[in-house]
Design a protein around this ligand. Structure first.
Ligand code: SAH
Length: 251
């Protein structure tokens, strides 16, 4: 069934107006008619069955019928990536939504070669990817901030998986050991333990940045194998390894 992310509140009987693009998708691509069903979620109220109540020139109106699932969130995993080329950032945001990151943060580093990014476009990519996965929240994508500022304001209860091509430990073992040392049970890591993954820019981290990152008490420095990966590939590999080691994948 079609799943649609909407921003309005969802409650029995309420009317919801999807965006013009979504309306076009529903009526022109999926050919929905008045009375047809779909699923709607907003990241707060769970998932609801809704039906097409009206098809107007300026979009469709949905009527919310009943809740199909209560609101749930996946593991508390943030993905922090240095700003890279626009197309790669778009891939990273889509894959972060698919692989279960709760939040995407973009950072500026010494060697960041920043393309101008359109946050609204990145949000739309995250929403579409979330619709497709079946998850009930959409990872927000934040405006880029400086890496130093992000580290200055770090919540020390959140572990950092620092992906370092210059010599980190094998990822799965290091993540499991770090989760255990932090007192996280498998259930907590999958649902309660707080983590973030850090991926650097195409030029890598500068020596000063590397030094600071290696000294952080909350960081686990990991390798993603013997080959140097592009940032988008590294992000996908890191999220996969994290999910397999301490995330919500069944073991
Ligand atoms: N400094 C590199 C390229 C950096 S790749 C160069 O030689 O140009 C971009 C980012 O992806 C890195 O900062 C790192 O966070 C991550 N990455 C890529 N390959 C990796 C690997 N094999 N192990 C760990 N991290 C990796």
């Amino acid at each position: 069934m079609i799943r649609l992310y909407v921003s309005s509140d969802l409650a029995p009987g309420s009317a919801v107006a999807p965006t013009l693009d979504q309306s076009r998708y529903l009526t022109q691509v999926m050919r929905l008619k008045v009375g047809d069903d779909l699923l709607a979620f907003n990241g707060r109220d769970g998932e609801w069955r809704a039906e097409v109540a009206e098809v107007l020139k300026k979009g469709v109106i949905l009527r919310v019928v009943e809740q199909t699932r209560p609101q749930i969130f996946g593991p508390d995993l943030e993905l922090i990536v240095a700003v890279v080329k626009k197309a790669r950032v778009e891939t990273i945001v889509e894959k972060a939504a698919e692989l279960g990151a709760r939040h995407v943060r973009l950072v500026l580093t010494r060697r960041t070669n920043a393309d101008r990014l359109r946050l609204d476009r990145l949000d739309a990519i995250a929403e579409e990817a979330a619709e497709q996965t079946g998850r009930l929240d959409v990872p927000p994508v934040d405006n880029p901030v400086r890496l130093d500022a992000l580290l200055d304001g770090w919540d020390e209860g959140r572990r950092l998986m620092f992906c370092d091509e210059t010599g980190g430990a094998p990822a799965i073992d290091a993540l499991m050991a770090a989760a255990q040392a932090a007192g996280q049970t498998v259930e907590q890591a999958g649902g309660g333990g707080k983590w973030a993954i850090l991926i650097g820019p195409e030029g890598g981290f500068s020596p000063e940045e590397g030094e600071r990152l290696r000294a952080l008490p909350f960081a686990t420095r990991v390798s993603l194998g013997p080959r140097i990966l592009r940032a988008d590939t590294a992000a996908i590999a890191a999220m996969t390894l994290w999910q397999a080691a301490v995330g919500d994948w069944e073991r």
